[in-house]
Write a protein that binds this ligand. Structure first.
Ligand code: MSP
Length: 663
């Protein structure tokens, strides 16, 4: 029977969809992804949740400004967040959106439990509210600014449901005393302790002044306060009301930025206690990523986006930089200069250079096969192994314990010390001279083995931080199976098998020229900050991938122009995939007495069998054209949805006759 793995559940904060991801957000998420990968390599069954926080006044306003319904606005933004995480190698297991139906159900259920247990009452609220932080500002009067973000607060008067937070002062203090590890690091724990010791006021948890939110069943004029809504996402992602079935709740750790510790370490456990649900085991608050000494944030206008960096230097470079540079729990600085500097010194000249040097030597001196480490006693002098094996034994234990305590920067530093040590030994021993001397053969083979083995250990240890590059070096070392499946805690010196055929040595981190690289990233950053381009053409089919036709300058056409386009109701007779083109379907459509063959770019979203019999809208008077050698005689009309332009076929709610013209 397969071994039952222990479960581990961790979460990132869920991100506001009225903004786009910057590398401060990326930091939170990359940290969690690193923990997730590390825990997997320890044999845990891990679930990591990330997602988007989509309700509230800010979103309502941003959507209005963009002139689109809120649901459309948030769907586009959520897609960008998701894509960005994909590009950074982040393997979220659950992506929860607060607009998901299952989430709304969980929020309503949690409220019901709190109410049934007597912790909710109706009252009147008058106070100052910061719409940017989605928080009421205590002790503030009309016209005061928010003490956190410095922006003006707004006066709010409304009938709300209140949560009896005041009843939880002692239970929370007991929790912190009984579980000193609950809030990390120490500085944040002290901050929360003194806040709670100062007394807790009841908290209003519904709003009647906001429309865009989860409604309270039976009293739809109330929507839930964004933090009551958002925090519950951690629970809805792993089963909500039925959390026991999946067995991932309570969470092992919620990783958050330091400015949202209070919501997580005070409100969240209080809501859960009120509902009688298990509490998360730990809240870990990290520091901020600073840009020129102030917090990187949209409101300060000093943000750097992750995509240009990932595009120019690779996502592993960004991941490595953030985890190496920022000590977890403290603030850290970002600059392009420091990023490229570290890339060149630690990755190009460090790990990348070591791997290609050693692999090239094995290719040149040992026919591309990992040599045998010969017995120490028979060798002319001590090999590196006797020293390095000892060093490794300590290092492996140290690095595992650094990871276990989330000391990523320290773990990487220790690993890179080994890289430097092997580099030093190579320069000292000059293997290229040893290779000229037949009497040194066994010695040469032994030290080459030591170095190859060191690289194997280094890539396993660095894998949680740099998944892609380490996987490449792993293959170049001739290793099979996914690197992520290795047990990091079972790593030992000497497990590399002599006789393994290595792959082709290739540069994993090519050296870059600093100023040119910075210019490229800055140019991409600038371009990405331009106002969004107009949505893509709203048609799928024969025009897929084609450039949109030139528009008249005032963007309007005369009715005669419109009438030139002949659109008819069609019915799909047959549909099949086009060989060798994963986006294209060949569809035969009856357009009323004539069957047309049309090639449509919808194969990734529609199965051929689901189309047969379906009524569609066809542009019938387009010039025929060939796509992948298959003639297309018309175009099927579809909406282009989301930033990725997912096609959604247009259709009719009423019965329509095949062949009818659209006017
Ligand atoms: N939506 C809330 C969280 C709800 S969790 C139930 C929120 N969203 S946020 O988009 O503003 O921020 C999300 C996370 O990104 C927070 O943990 C925040 O600390 C982090 N960061 C935002 N800017 C940051 C830096 N400059 N540096 C490091 N982390 C930063 O708050």
């Amino acid at each position: 029977m397969a071994e039952k793995k222990p479960k581990y559940y961790l979460t990132t904060p869920i991100y506001y969809t009225n903004g786009l991801p910057h590398i401060g957000h990326a930091y939170s998420t990359i940290v969690c992804d690193t923990i997730r990968r590390y825990k997997r390599m320890l044999g845990y069954d891990v679930v990591m949740t990330t997602g988007t926080d989509e309700h509230g006044v800010n979103v309502e306003r941003s959507a209005r400004k963009a002139g689109v319904p809120e649901s459309e606005f948030v769907a586009k933004m959520a897609a960008v967040w998701r894509e960005t995480w994909d590009e950074l190698g982040i393997q979220g297991d659950e992506f929860i959106r607060t607009t998901d139906v299952k989430h709304a159900r969980t929020v309503q259920w949690l409220f019901r439990l709190c109410r049934e247990n007597g912790y909710v009452y109706k009252g009147n609220y008058v106070g100052q509210y910061c719409i940017y932080d989605n928080a009421y500002v205590a002790d503030a009067g009309p016209g005061d600014n928010c003490p956190d973000c410095g922006r003006p607060t707004e006066t709010v008067t409304e009938e709300n449901y209140f949560f009896k937070l005041s009843a939880f002062q002692n239970p929370l203090l007991d929790l912190y005393a009984k579980h000193p590890e609950f809030i990390q690091p120490e500085a944040r724990r002290n901050e929360v302790l003194s806040f709670v010791e100062g007394g807790l006021r009841d908290l209003s948890i519904t709003r009647t002044s906001i429309r865009w939110g989860i409604p309270l069943p039976g009293e739809e004029s109330h929507v839930f306060y964004v933090w009551f809504d958002a925090l519950t996402a951690y629970l809805s992602a792993v089963g909500g009301e039925h959390y026991e079935r999946r067995g991932f709740w309570p969470a092992d750790v919620h990783v958050v930025g330091k400015e949202i510790i209070r919501f997580h370490a005070v409100y969240w456990p209080a809501f859960l206690m009120a509902a009688g649900l298990p509490l998360p085991k730990q809240i870990w608050a990290h520091g901020w990523l600073l840009m020129e000494s102030s917090k990187m944030s949209k409101s300060r206008g000093n943000v750097v986006k992750p995509r240009p960096i990932a595009h120019v230097l690779g996502m592993d470079a960004l991941r490595y930089f953030l985890l190496r540079e920022v000590v977890f729990g403290q603030d850290g600085n970002f600059s392009y200069d420091a990023l490229v500097q570290r890339y060149n010194s630690d990755l190009a000249n460090g790990l990348g250079n070591l791997a290609s040097r050693v692999l090239t030597m094995i290719a040149n001196y040992c026919g591309g096969v990992v040599p045998n480490p010969h017995e120490q006693g028979k060798l002319p002098e001590r090999t590196h192994a006797s020293d390095i094996a000892t060093t490794w034994r300590h290092t492996l234990t140290d690095i595992n314990s650094l990871y276990a305590n989330y000391r990523f920067s320290g773990a990487l530093e220790r690993t890179w010390e080994l890289i430097a040590e092997v580099d030093r030994f190579i320069s000292l021993k000059k293997p290229w001279t040893l290779a000229q001397d037949a009497t040194q053969r066994e010695y040469l083979e032994t030290i080459l083995y030591d170095w190859a083995e060191s690289i194997r250990l280094i890539v396993v240890l660095a894998h949680p931080v740099m998944p892609a590059a380490t996987e490449k070096i792993w293959r170049q070392l001739g290793q099979n199976g996914p690197l992520g499946a290795q047990r990091i805690d079972a790593l030992q010196w000497g497990q590399l098998k002599p006789g393994t055929r290595i792959g082709k040595p290739e540069a994993v981190f090519p050296r870059v020229e600093k100023s040119e690289t910075i210019e490229r990233m800055e140019a991409m950053e600038k371009e990405a900050s331009q106002p969004a381009k107009a949505p893509a053409s709203a048609a799928a089919g024969a025009t897929a991938g084609a450039t949109p036709a030139a528009q008249p300058t005032n963007n309007k056409i005369a009715i005669e122009d419109f009438m030139k386009v002949e659109m008819r109701v069609g019915q799909v007779h047959t549909a099949e995939r086009v060989q060798g083109a994963d986006k294209l379907l060949k569809v035969n459509v009856d357009i009323g007495g004539e069957v047309r063959q049309i090639v449509a770019g919808i194969a990734q979203h529609y199965k051929p069998e689901d189309l047969v019999g379906r009524k569609v809208i066809v542009v019938v008077n387009l010039q025929p054209r060939k796509l992948r050698g298959v003639e297309s005689n018309g175009m099927i009309v579809a909406a282009s949805v989301g930033p990725e332009g997912r096609p959604v076929l247009a259709g009719f709610l009423e019965e329509v006759e095949v062949g009818a013209r659209l006017k």
